[in-house]
Design a protein around this ligand. Structure first.
Ligand SMILES: [Fe+2]
Length: 289
């Protein structure tokens, strides 16, 4: 029997009563999806999963997402290893708040992580609920983004001169990052979106991948994006996820921002990641058929 226990924070829940290594039936998939839309981040502890299992689970949620700037692990076209070695000197990866690949024309709707090696201290993942942030946003701030298009780009992170570009590779990062000139491309998304499945209003992305506002001069745009970021990441919208080994987590990139925390120097950390893409309406029709 599936049991969903809310974290007690602004989002997140722990799910028990399911073995994700087996094929889930339609009723179980529907229950998990409903919990996912309600809590935005779901953690399934004590799961013994292979990379093939991870791929199968993704197909229960949608389609395989692409990883424009990561190399995948040997034997899979979809699974990426998030690794950090005990003595690694490169800066912590993904320490800034973001929604995964929000600069894509069709960003992944979800991201899954499965924990293989977890340090005894630190290494939490932060989440911040963007439906709650928008619902409680001061009217004045909301008026400044209403109807506006945010300009997203991966340039600051994944261009050759970006945060994870050539210099970073030279610093001996263990993750397989593939920086590229393509990262400078810019795609616009509305600041405020209606979640295609729950129908609730939400915010997509933040400072970092958002680095401009359509029709606004740079100084004014930056000021707005910074102010918005301060609101989006307030403590009362947050959930701090604590990892255990053999834990599967899936979050909704349309509902939350996330970030990595450090604090585990001297320990290895390794998780496998896979993203979920796809038109949810198409997905839901496929499930019903
Ligand atoms: Fe991320």
């Amino acid at each position: 029997m599936i049991a969903v226990k809310p974290s007690g924070q602004a989002c997140g829940a722990t799910v028990s009563g399911l073995d994700l290594a087996t094929s889930l039936d339609a009723a179980a998939i529907q229950a998990v999806r409903a919990a996912w839309l309600e809590h935005h981040v779901l953690a399934f502890p004590d799961q013994i999963l292979t990379d093939v299992d991870l791929e199968r689970i993704v197909l229960s949620f949608g389609e395989f997402g692409s990883e424009p700037y990561f190399g995948t692990i040997e034997g899979s076209e979809h699974v990426v290893a998030l690794t950090r070695k005990a003595d690694e000197k490169a800066p912590l990866f993904a320490e800034n708040w973001h929604s995964d690949w929000s600069f894509m024309v069709e960003p992944p709707i979800g991201t899954c992580l499965y924990s293989l090696v977890i340090p005894p201290v630190g290494g939490d993942t932060g989440f911040t609920n963007q439906q709650k942030a928008l619902a409680e946003m001061p009217a004045g701030l909301r008026a400044r983004i209403e109807g506006r298009t945010a300009l997203h780009s991966a340039g600051a992170a994944y261009a050759p001169d970006g945060m994870y570009g050539a210099k970073d590779q030279a610093a001996g990062r263990s993750m397989a990052i593939r920086y590229s000139e393509d990262a400078r491309e810019v795609h616009g998304h509305p600041f405020i979106l209606r979640h295609p499945e729950s129908g609730r209003e939400t915010l997509l992305g933040c400072l970092g991948y958002i680095n401009g506002v359509e029709g606004m001069v740079d100084d004014e745009a930056l000021q707005l994006i910074v102010e918005l970021h301060q609101w989006q990441t307030r403590e009362e919208f947050q959930y701090t996820h604590k990892w255990q080994e053999q834990m599967f987590v899936i979050w909704d990139n349309r509902s939350v921002l996330h970030r990595a925390y450090g604090g585990y120097d001297g320990y290895d950390r390794k998780l496998h990641r896979i993203t979920v893409a796809g038109d949810p309406q198409k997905y839901l029709k496929a499930q019903a058929a």
